[in-house]
Design a binder for this molecule. Structure first.
Ligand code: ATP
Length: 609
């Protein structure tokens, strides 16, 4: 039992040490402020203790018969000496003023400390949230692909707040520790014998509380897992709703969700019970300690003024020790969440797309793929294999091929969402990796099959393409994308809120807004990845005209399943299983009578019947 407790103790200490180690980069950001909180915490507690100690000369000046016990401690002796020369008529008033002065100063310092610690907590939490979001924006897409969306969301939403809670606890812990230190010094100065007795009692109480924090640590780790599990269930339930309903899997999903939710219930209840029991338990133990002290005092015949001051300081000390204990239990329970966020922030074990140094000034000749191979997963067969293509400037290049051939992957490589595994992509004479990423992407506009609409107005959704675009440019882009008419009919026109917190748009309407966003960017390289697949044939025809107009003197890359949309392309590249199997213009490919001709005739027949 003892050995078990010992191992529990070291595990808890290790947990907190690890926690502090994990948060070190964050704590190191504000060393001056942390020192300030520590100093103010110590000084305000010392002043409080001093104010209480001044009750000893106060009581002794009220009762002139009790002088002998003050001499038991040199500190009390010198405290009494301070007022001995003051005439008895004024002594009481002066001591009262000193008590008032120290308590007044103590409260001023406490106020300053509350302000400083809140500042520290708020700033550290803000820095942390900002770093987490920065990491999300900068980490390579391959890391995000490999992460479970629900778990990642839990890290970003819940665990980030847990770290803020941890910071708050640590700041509180520093203040509590300073108070305990300052008041303990005063207790020692008043009576070392009594303090020794109290210390033994406190060690015993602390030992019992530590056993509970061991349990909290285990529960904290389980809590992280069960919250991850429920976040995954919620997210999949939300995004997979149509499949769930279509396949009649409501009760199956409900059961899975209830199981995950029940686990959360069990763990959070256990943790709440454990955290809630610490306060009452330590209070009971403290009362027991007080009773022991009283017996000791009775045996040793202590002076009543010393006794009252000692007990009062001890009484003030108790909530701080209790605070230290419960903070320790809570901190241990939060370790797993902090570890999760810090591991997300760790840059050394994650892939990043590093920007090159050459600023991209504009395409002069072509985008060239030289023997490019690429795989999302290094242990699996590459998705693109030994691909060599030439995408000339100012022309329209179409990518066609069966589903899964690698068309969208090729587009992602051009945007440099991923780096090629083998070979090189050249932009004129420079490898794409050597180009400054921002200046390269600045010249590209992409409209993909899943047109992303943000929760804001239609206007801002279009202006996202170029933040400084004018109202006229936005309207012109919407007209070109055949979106102006439907936008004008919306309740507040361009100022209508759309997306999650606004009006829901149809697939075709979303695509037209996404297209307007790309048009307003006025890009040099225009990429359309199945950008018109949700449109009816009339809208598609109109947009085709707009795209043709936009294609003048612009490099356009189109991915399309509907082959009618790419008939005007200058070159068509046919992909199959990650390789180029045919290449040329429409007439050339039809003459070849290969895969493209087969697909083309099949679609032509299906539109006629
Ligand atoms: P479609 O016409 O159906 O959109 P596509 O030709 O655009 O297909 P890609 O989306 O490029 O095909 O996918 C090519 C292959 O890469 C597929 O086998 C697909 O499963 C795989 N793939 C696509 N995205 C990822 C990813 N993020 N992680 C792992 N594999 C992926």
């Amino acid at each position: 039992m003892f050995l078990l407790s010992q191992s529990n103790m070291t595990r808890n200490e290790k947990s907190i040490k690890k926690l502090l180690q994990l948060l070190k980069p964050l704590l190191k950001l504000y060393p001056g402020k942390i020192l300030g909180v520590t100093t103010l915490g110590f000084l305000s507690s010392f002043l409080e203790g001093l104010g209480i100690s001044l009750f000893i000369p106060l009581l002794e000046s009220l009762d002139q018969t009790t002088a002998q016990l003050s001499s038991e401690s040199p500190f009390l002796e010198s405290l009494n000496q301070l007022f001995i020369d003051i005439p008895p008529n004024y002594r009481l008033l002066i001591i009262c003023l000193c008590i008032f002065g120290s308590i007044f100063l103590k409260n001023c310092l406490t106020f300053a400390n509350t302000f400083l610690s809140s500042w520290l907590e708020a700033h550290m939490s803000h820095r942390l949230r900002s770093e987490v979001f920065k990491q999300l924006l900068s980490v390579s897409q391959s890391f995000l692909d490999a992460s479970q969306a629900g778990k990642l969301l839990n890290t970003l939403e819940n665990h980030t707040w847990s770290v803020s809670e941890t910071i708050e606890l640590i700041v509180g812990l520093i203040i509590n520790a300073c108070t305990v230190f300052a008041l303990s010094i005063l207790l020692l100065l008043i009576s070392w014998k009594l303090t020794l007795l109290v210390a033994v009692g406190l060690v015993l109480i602390s030992f019992i509380i530590r056993q509970m924090s061991g349990l909290a640590s285990k529960l904290g780790q389980q809590e992280v897992k069960v919250y991850d599990a429920i976040a995954i269930r919620m997210l999949e339930g939300f995004y997979g709703m149509r499949v769930i309903r279509a396949f009649g899997r409501e009760s199956y999903e409900q059961e899975r969700f209830d199981r995950a939710s029940n686990q959360v219930r069990i763990i959070t209840l256990k943790l709440a019970q454990l955290n809630g029991s610490i306060g009452p338990l330590s209070e009971i133990l403290f009362v027991a300690l007080f009773i022991c002290i009283l017996f000791f005092l009775q045996q040793n015949k202590f002076n009543i003024s010393v006794l009252l001051s000692f007990l009062f300081i001890l009484y003030r000390l108790q909530p701080h020790i209790q605070g230290l204990d419960s903070a320790r239990v809570e901190l241990v329970a939060l370790t797993a969440a902090v570890e999760d966020v810090m591991s997300f922030l760790n840059r050394s074990d994650k892939p990043y797309i590093r920007s090159g140094r050459i600023s991209f000034k504009g395409l002069k000749q072509a985008i060239v793929f030289k023997s490019v191979s690429f795989g999302y997963n290094p242990v699996e067969k590459p998705v693109l294999q030994d691909l060599s293509i030439h995408i000339p400037r100012g022309k329209t290049t179409a990518l066609v091929g069966p589903s899964g051939a690698g068309k969208s992957t090729l587009i992602k490589l051009i945007c440099r969402f991923y780096d090629v595994t083998e070979g090189e992509i050249y932009i004129d004479d420079y490898p794409l990796r050597q180009l400054d990423l921002a200046s390269w992407r600045d010249r590209i506009a992409i409209v993909s099959q899943d047109a992303q609409i943000f929760s804001t107005t239609v206007y801002e959704n279009i202006a996202y393409g170029r933040l400084d675009s004018t109202e006229d440019e936005i309207t012109a882009a919407a007209i070109q994308a055949n979106a102006h008419e439907f936008i004008s009919k919306l309740p507040q026109g361009y100022n209508t809120m759309v997306g999650d917190q606004g009006l829901r748009l149809s697939g075709g309407q979303r695509q037209r807004i996404a297209l307007s966003r790309a048009i307003v960017r006025n890009p040099e390289i225009f990429i359309l990845d199945e950008a018109t697949n949700a449109l009816d044939s009339v809208s598609e025809g109109l947009i085709q005209e707009a795209i043709s107009a936009l294609s003048q003197n612009r490099t356009v890359i189109i991915v399309a399943h509907r082959l009618s949309t790419i008939e005007q392309a200058n070159q068509i590249i046919v992909l199959q299983d990650g390789q180029v199997i045919e290449q040329g213009n429409l007439q050339h490919l039809l003459k070849l009578n290969g895969l493209f001709a087969k697909l083309y005739h099949l679609q032509y027949l299906s539109t006629r019947t």
